[in-house]
Design a protein around this ligand. Structure first.
Ligand code: HXC
Length: 511
């Protein structure tokens, strides 16, 4: 029989060996390229000493191409659970030091195991990606593993928050697990995501492009919209994940945490009464309103560099998480287009999944005209916002700060599409279109002088919120300085909202 000492020795030795992943030389290589190891990343992300690793000694069972002689404990995935701000989360990280973090049948099973546990326990799951993709030696078995992961991603969608952090390569079909999750984080100049890499692109389309230009963080955060957040460093990125989670509930039957605040719920913000320019063609920064009204001026913006004509993100009002959707007059006059429609609709649906009330700040001149927009489907994409707002059963409050024109008026959470309280500032203009455009259509042949007079008349009629208020489409006209207090009051009123819809399997959102 083995002595107790020997068993302890083996226990310590086996763990030490497993902690080294693919070995010290590969760890050094990882560090030399400026990257943390999988375990270092997890320990940076989680509260200190809370990580519990499971499946540490799993080995693959592939023998193709000499793989029977290339076995490492854990097989390229570090997985388990721990705490963030004292709340349970599940986590897995690809270990690049083992076969380039490539996905095998066995380590896919490890991922699926924590995915299932996270779903069962009702806790968020965070995936840290740094992988060469499918383990080439395993062929179809590896592909099957990806399929199983995608399946769990989809089943868990809307039940627990799922977050992906890309910290190295993420190529081919491997991109689709992150794409099925709620939020993607990338690290500046270190993460790359693409379905086909630069070499294949060159062969097929003859385009010469490097990996940063093809699928770096900057491209995905600003042009494709695939990425929601970019960190300067790995540590910075992981801290952003922690901050995001502080706004979210652990699952779809919990409410988000209430963060106690000293910020007065009735705080009057006089500067807001001066913010909106008298000249309706002049821009202003909608983020100023968001930051002013938020508890402690804290606005956690999502998708900050993508479709900047709309702004989305989280604030807290009197300690409670609120999702903000706001037209941005400082960028392309806040016009709605394909990308801003997609950005807003996806965010609205996320808030609705996780019981987060939505506040909409509206200043929108309409949809962006032109062949590019029409031919690429602004009709199809614009419909997503309507659908997402109507479908959302969480409390919805809208404030029309200035322009609410045409279809865009209806789309941006109007009374007609189900908002619970519709506020307007005295500067609100609610009309089918701007005065000049309207007069040019109605009175094409008028002299310039008569046109000017008619424009003034149109402005007098529609460039205010009182016509809409007469019809009950605006519930209350408020001064901008009252915004914070009025929102907190309205959200408090709506917190127990119940809305029933006909039974159905699910609707058919225009995708
Ligand atoms: C097995 C792999 C691997 C893979 C890398 N390695 N990728 N092993 N399967 N997919 C191994 C290498 O052999 C090497 O092993 C170690 O990981 C580190 O790789 P290096 O090439 O030395 O590192 P680096 O120079 O940093 O380059 C990283 C890389 C490159 C850019 C990721 O390795 C690469 O291009 N890999 C292949 C990527 C790829 O085409 N994957 C398949 C995509 S298709 P040693 O023992 O020397 O340390 C796909 C389909 C998924 O994923 C479909 C899902 C539906």
């Amino acid at each position: 029989m083995e002595s107790r000492e020997k068993r302890v020795e083996e226990f310590l030795e086996r763990n030490k060996q497993a902690d080294l992943g693919g070995g010290q030389a590969r760890i050094d290589k990882q560090h030399d390229s400026g990257k943390m190891t999988a375990r270092e990343r997890i320990n940076t992300l989680l509260d200190p000493n809370t990580f519990v690793e499971i499946d540490k000694f799993v080995l693959h069972n592939c023998s193709n191409f000499g793989m029977d002689k290339k076995k490492f404990d854990g097989d390229g995935i570090v997985s388990g659970y721990g705490k963030i701000d004292g709340r349970l989360v599940f986590v897995y990280a690809y270990d690049f030091t083992i076969c380039g973090g490539s996905l095998s049948r066995t380590n896919a099973n490890k991922i699926v195991k924590v995915q299932r546990m996270a779903l069962k326990m009702g806790a968020p799951i965070i995936a840290i990606n740094d992988s060469g993709g499918a383990r080439i030696q395993e062929g179809i078995s590896s592909l099957a593993g990806y399929g199983d992961i995608f399946y769990q991603n989809t089943i868990a969608s809307g039940v627990i928050p799922q977050i992906s952090v890309i910290m190295g390569p993420c190529a081919g079909g491997a991109c689709y697990s992150p794409a099925l999750t709620d939020f993607i984080f990338m690290v500046k100049e270190q993460s790359h995501m693409f379905v086909t890499g630069p070499d294949v692109v060159k062969t097929v389309t003859h385009e010469e492009v490097d990996k940063e230009e093809l699928g770096g963080a900057a491209v995905h955060a600003s042009r494709s919209g695939v990425c929601h957040f970019v960190g300067e460093t790995e540590e910075d990125t992981l801290m952003m994940v922690r901050e995001l989670l502080s706004f979210l509930p652990s699952n779809n039957i919990e409410d988000p945490l209430i963060m106690p605040t000293q910020d007065n719920p009735n705080r009057i913000i006089e500067s807001l009464d001066e913010l909106i320019p008298e000249d309706p063609s002049k821009p202003y920064d909608i983020k100023k309103i968001i930051e002013e009204i938020a508890d402690d001026h804290n606005f956690f913006e999502i998708h900050a560099n993508f479709a900047q004509n709309i702004v989305v993100g989280f604030i807290r009002l009197d300690g409670k998480t609120v999702g903000i959707v706001a037209d941005q007059p400082a960028f392309q006059a806040g016009v709605l287009d394909i990308d801003s429609s997609d950005k807003a609709a996806r965010f609205i649906r996320f808030c609705d999944c996780f019981n987060i009330p939505i506040v909409t700040l509206e200043d929108v001149p309409g949809f962006l005209p032109g062949c590019t927009q029409e031919h690429n489907g602004i009709i199809r994409h614009g419909a997503k916002i309507v659908y997402a707002y109507v479908e959302a059963s969480v409390p919805k409050i809208t404030i029309i700060t200035r322009k609410a024109y045409g279809g865009a008026y209806i789309v941006m959470s109007s009374k007609h599409t189900g908002c619970d309280i519709n506020f307007a500032y005295p500067s609100a203009e609610i009309a089918v279109m701007g005065a000049e455009g309207a007069v040019n259509i109605l009175y094409r042949n008028l002299s310039d002088e008569d046109k000017k007079k008619t424009i003034e008349e149109y402005e007098k009629t529609f460039s205010n919120p009182y016509r809409a208020a007469e019809l009950g489409y605006v519930d209350e006209i408020i001064m901008p300085s009252q915004t914070r207090a009025k929102l907190i009051q309205a959200l408090d009123m709506a917190q127990n909202k119940v809305r029933s819809t006909p039974a159905k399997k699910h609707g058919n959102i225009p995708l």
